[in-house]
Write a protein that binds this ligand. Sequence first.
Ligand code: NAD
Length: 282
Amino acid sequence: MGTILDGKAIAARLHDALTREVAALRGCPRLAILWFETPSSALYRKAQCRQAASLGIAITDASFPTDVEPDAVEARILEWNRDPKIHGMFVHQPMPAQINPQRISALIDPAKDIEGIHPQNSARRFFAKARIGSCTALAVMELIEATGMPLEGKDAVVVGHSEIVGRPVSMLLLDKLATTTICHIATTHLEQHVHRADVLVVAVGKPQLIKGAWIKPGAIVIDVGINVVGGRVVGDVEFEAARQRAAFISPVPGGVGPVTVMMVMKNTVEAYKLQQQGGAAA
Ligand code: NAD
């Protein structure tokens, strides 16, 4: 039976360290959250606001109905770019169909881009020495680090190639010298790729896509997927069956999610510090 990677416990440790860091700052970092009025976005915003409050990070937020005109969203981002009291910006996804995510990403001031989605930052993947970038990818790496297993020379397989999760997590695995394969919607023989993985990261959004029987015995399995099935939140991996074979596995909920929220806060603090130094991304 694999050990469950407890995202809440890892998030609590990060919370303690970040609380001390924020308390030592001279000013107050401020995170701006832009979200669209859907139940899942409202829940996520609530979690972000709760964590920010407990850390001493200020929040400015703007909510828009899902039929908002793109101009209104773009105007708000430009206003936040000009506001020196705002240090980080987080735009909730998915965005409504009439909003072009690439356009939004390109509008955000790169220095306030705590998710690494501005083209200038996403090309570099993670910017500045502090390595600001995809909060979810950083959370995945925290969970893997908690296993204590070195990544060098291991076979890592990432299922999903999105800009916000699959690609950045692949880059971080490569940085650790894992031999990294990226699978996606057009991948044939997904089972064979998964079966080779010493480290498997799944970020697709399809419940039960990854069968427990596919998991390599002793693997580390990180499930990023969030799906609602019959009123329950589940990931992309057949959890119980996969746990029989894995050495470590992250649950959904309670795995990647809580750590990602903490990474949003950590990146906001890092962006704040860079702006105080008067520095852009280095
Ligand atoms: P996305 O829709 O942008 O990308 C999905 C990816 O899955 C694509 O790369 C696609 O090629 C791939 N894919 C689709 N069907 C596939 C198949 N049958 N086989 C292999 N690959 C397939 O999604 P995203 O934004 O990357 O999010 C992925 C999942 O992670 C979603 O469930 C999302 O809710 C969740 N998520 C969780 C967190 C968190 O903090 N826990 C953060 C972001 C996203």
